[in-house]
Design a protein around this ligand. Sequence first.
Ligand code: HEC
Ligand code: HEC
Ligand code: HEC
Ligand code: HEC
Ligand code: HEC
Length: 171
Amino acid sequence: MRREAKVTIVVLALLLVAFLLVYVAASGVAIVTAPVQPIDFFHRVHAGDKQIACEYCHRTAKSAALAGMPSVELCMRCHRVVIPHYREIQKLHRYWESGVPIPWQRVNRLPGFVYFNHQAHTVTGKLDCAECHGKTETMDRLVRTAPLTMGWCLDCHRKKRASMDCWACHR
Ligand code: HEC
Ligand code: HEC
Ligand code: HEC
Ligand code: HEC
Ligand code: HEC
């Protein structure tokens, strides 16, 4: 191929990428975020194949503001004996032995000035986790599926006749 032709193709490809990025940003589609986690943990295996209930690991998702994260001890209840020699489980054993909590990276996070409460949604609002978190039981690395903007909260609040009062979320 001639050199100019190659340059033209590269330039066109870059323009296409730029166009797509602007398009995605403008259309309000959530740009998927999936941070690399310290242990390659799959929801598909635990919540999907093995059908472990969400609340077994996220204990307070129906009783408090925060859903809560599983302790290393909870993982060890099974992984003392389940695939103990697998590389990722060896990492888990090292956290257990050193007493260091696993530094899971947050996937969904609101700014500090916003008040959010799980119980209000999962119990009072009778919403399924999937309404806001997608089909987690099919995910390998967990991804954020909602934009978490004020517009997103208000859209649903309007539909479900939940509070539209500023002080409900900004207290
Ligand atoms: C109730 C039992 C149970 C608990 C609790 C549990 N696991 Fe598992 N885990 C399993 C089973 C069963 C498998 C599948 C093993 C196989 O493939 O034979 C598995 C597989 C895995 C794997 C390999 C597949 C994958 O998902 O990537 C990793 C890594 C893992 N678990 C990490 C964890 C961590 C970290 C915790 C704590 C947050 C945890 N597990 C809690 C039962 C459990
Ligand atoms: C065996 C334990 C286990 C089970 C069962 C489980 N989770 Fe998790 N969950 C974790 C761990 C460990 C993390 C942190 C690592 C990650 O993000 O993948 C996590 C992270 C999450 C997060 C992201 C938290 C954040 O930082 O925003 C959501 C949302 C979530 N889980 C929802 C669910 C839902 C919904 C179910 C049931 C369908 C479920 N989980 C079942 C262990 C579990
Ligand atoms: C109405 C939307 C909504 C529903 C329904 C919902 N969540 Fe969440 N979840 C969020 C938001 C928003 C955050 C981030 C909260 C923050 O940063 O203060 C979050 C954060 C989390 C976290 C990480 C921080 C924490 O709270 O410990 C986990 C784990 C989680 N959700 C699990 C669940 C599970 C399990 C269910 C179902 C039982 C569920 N969520 C239902 C919106 C929701
Ligand atoms: C998918 C729908 C949905 C989404 C998305 C949603 N909410 Fe809600 N919210 C509800 C429902 C339903 C209720 C319960 C209404 C009732 O009291 O019956 C509720 C209740 C609340 C309450 C309690 C209000 C009160 O008066 O006690 C707060 C606070 C709240 N939501 C904040 C938020 C925030 C912040 C977000 C965005 C990060 C959000 N919600 C996103 C549906 C939603
Ligand atoms: C149902 C929950 C909810 C209600 C009700 C709500 N907000 Fe918000 N607000 C949010 C969330 C979530 C954010 C952070 C995400 C964002 O900036 O979109 C936010 C962000 C903001 C910001 C900061 C914007 C920025 O980008 O810095 C302001 C200012 C604000 N809200 C004002 C208000 C006012 C005024 C009202 C009442 C008319 C109100 N909000 C009602 C959820 C809510």
